[in-house]
Design a binder for this molecule. Sequence first.
Ligand SMILES: [Zn+2]
Length: 206
Amino acid sequence: MQFSSSLLENAVNEFAKLPGIGKKTALRLVLHLLRQDKNEVSHFAEIIAKMRTEIKFCNRCFNVADGDICSICSNSMRKQDVICVVENIRDVIAIESTQQYSGTYHVLGGVISPLDGIGPDQLNIESLLQRVEKEKTEELIFALNPNIQGDTTIYYIQKKLPGSHIRTTTIARGIAFGGELEYADEMTLARSLQNRLPVESYVAGK
Ligand SMILES: [Zn+2]
């Protein structure tokens, strides 16, 4: 791509660093901004910079927050003794979008993956165990991706949990809604069979 302005070129190169944005899309976005009012573009840039410098992580659950504690942890309407354990903030946003969950979260910041050099110490696992003990948590719901790393992480945490009073569950796994059996991998199909539900509850849950 040839540019007659290095300012334009720099902007395109920065946009092209974003995930899923190629050079052509970057150019389209930059040209769009060029057509906007100067104040509006300044506002846009300010919002991005402010988000990066001012955002915090909740001291309790490690979700993003505007203060020391996130809006979910400080909401008394939510079941504070139920914790949904997730890998990252995207998962919190996905579950919140369903509007079906009224407990709290604990963001691990990844999953145990020895091949990638990620062990329990690099994740927010110790803080989860302390939290469970201190807060007398009733239930832990593991909502981790159904793969070997996710399972290893669940197994590790489960073994470290203090006492047996706590209920641990995992989200149901199986064939994606609208998916086809023949395209599901063996692991998925095997889990779907293991986690089979009574037909009544399946129909009722539809
Ligand atoms: Zn929180």
